[in-house]
Write a protein that binds this ligand. Sequence first.
Ligand SMILES: O=P(O)(O)O[C@@H]1[C@@H](OP(=O)(O)O)[C@H](OP(=O)(O)O)[C@H](O)[C@H](OP(=O)(O)O)[C@H]1OP(=O)(O)O
Ligand SMILES: Nc1ncnc2c1ncn2[C@@H]1O[C@H](COP(=O)(O)OP(=O)(O)OP(=O)(O)O)[C@@H](O)[C@H]1O
Length: 615
Amino acid sequence: MEGILERKDAGDWIYRGEGAVNLVLAYIGSSPTFVGKVLRIQKSVRNGFKCEDGPSALTMHECLLWEDTKDLVSAPTKEIAEQQYVQHVMIPLLGPEHVDAGEPVKVESQLANVGEDIVIHMGSCESWFKHLRRCLIGRFGDMNTPILDKLKIQKWALKKWGIQAGLKVLDLNVAWFLFELPSVEEASRRNWSFEGLPVTLQPWSPSGCCSGLKEDGLIWIRLMGLPAFLWSTEVFRALGKRCGHFVKTNEATAERRYLKWTRVRVSSEFLESVEDNVRCDRPAWRVDAAKVNTLCDSALLISDHSVIPNSHGILERQICVSVEIKPKCGFLPLSRFIAEGNAIKRKITRFRMHQSLKLHQGEISEISEYNPLYMFSGSKDRVHKAIKALFVTPQNNFRVFLNGSLILGGSGGVAESTSCVIGEAFEDVLKCVIRADDGLRTTNFLELVAEAVFESGLLDRVLKVQKLDLYDIEGAIHVYYDLVSQPCMVCKDLGEDKLSGRYSSLHSLPLNESLNIVRDYLIAATAKDLSMMIAFRPRENGDLGSPYSIVFLKSTGQSFDYKASFIDLDMKPLKRMEHYYKLDQKIVSYYTQMLKMEHQLDKKAARIKVNGTLN
Ligand SMILES: O=P(O)(O)O[C@@H]1[C@@H](OP(=O)(O)O)[C@H](OP(=O)(O)O)[C@H](O)[C@H](OP(=O)(O)O)[C@H]1OP(=O)(O)O
Ligand SMILES: Nc1ncnc2c1ncn2[C@@H]1O[C@H](COP(=O)(O)OP(=O)(O)OP(=O)(O)O)[C@@H](O)[C@H]1O
């Protein structure tokens, strides 16, 4: 396995799908590190989003909002912030079994002192060794050390070691920092402490690192005991620059299949090449809307949830069919802050109303009969009805994969309604999965999906999280403006006095309550946008113990192992609150106008019927 994905690796990755924010690639190569994984790469919206490596990936107000989740607030990049959000916010709510997140920091601590061996070309690392003689490795506290601010450490080091200039600090990972300094003498003279944490400094010398020369001019380097070194963007950057040529990692490093996700270093050439390769697989409008963000130097490696590995994490040559369901919001809001004119929101689902607007805007060609209230009803029959409606109109809410390849639904976007031809082709492909006569396989398959959705009980959890949105956007938006210390635009537009009007109770909440409301609203927004993937593998007679749940399809007498997972648990940006409010108003106002028009047309038609004229 290569530590950095380079241009030559791009051919091993093929298009799997995409949403508004990420492009997802599936692996078709043979490296054990990547088999059974997908790579999630950030896109940059054409109007300007940049992958920034600032001191925090969050805005000042977001830092305030998530201040109780320290690891999230201190995340240096947007991508790490996403990981931390899944880890610390969504997993506790949805349960760890079905969320693919793990924790990179803790993973390292499990392996502390194991060491990380890589091979580099001897000839190319001379300058690196020279450079390293001027470097110290500092360990601040232990692996439980809260994330430390590199700038603070830099200031501390400058002051303590009396260095005027030439000090560089590299944030290696968690408690580890690499210091490059003009002279290591002053620093290594004695033990130090930083904010009460003991600081251990060690010089990084080749003799301490190398475990022996290889005959072919290659050398093994042990990277200071912590595997995370290899997986740190900064270290890869340093290695790339200073060693020139990174050849491979040792077996143990490569055998990290048990990790649920990892950040992988990617070169911009890899990203550019991948972008070229997959362009023709992407929906044209997605290509126009966003391109791969080649400024990012890492991507997320996540388990491929469309396939089921065996209990040892190995993918077998067995048929695996999977469904992806984006169930959207599963309840009707009750908030007392919903304006009278918007009362329709209490009766009609947001999904249904949004369908009308989407149709009007040409985003879809047909209204879906899918009803999220059925999907979340907890009744098997209704879940079944919901799944059948999704099959008929998959849009971006339903996809089916066979061994990782899309066999139904829209690749990276919205699918047209399922035509007879598509339906027949699907029925045919199901031959290898469902043992039933022609014409019955799709019906049985949809029953299997409904059974698993119902059995798993996962949607109950999702609904609970969605319902954290107690105030509806019509309430939460007022609180938002207070949090960001801006005049409330909603009160202004409504001509309300913020302090004495209908929303004054919201505008006079203590800060901690305001924070809770907006935080819960955003968490609920994630839960309203997530997708669930369920992968099925037929159980053969004699299959012994399996780590997966089992679902029995009565109509065909078949049993299936199934694995259900959530994907797309991204944090929603705080500033999107305004967009949420505007979109909500637009959806409701379009729908109410449409109802009015329909009503008028009905009346007119009734008059024609009675009078036989248009008057
Ligand atoms: O606002 P919605 O309900 O239209 O949801 C958006 C989705 O549209 P949908 O209606 O499901 O087709 C939208 O899906 P598409 O890109 O249209 O497939 C995204 O999921 C978007 O989230 P983000 O921009 O990736 O953070 C979603 O935005 P959020 O509302 O989750 O922020
Ligand atoms: N872990 C995974 N295993 C298998 N397929 C995946 C995985 N993650 C994502 N995909 C596929 O890639 C597609 C896009 O991924 P994802 O939903 O994460 O993108 P996004 O840009 O965050 O989406 P959205 O715009 O909906 O927020 C998914 O619809 C799914 O088909």
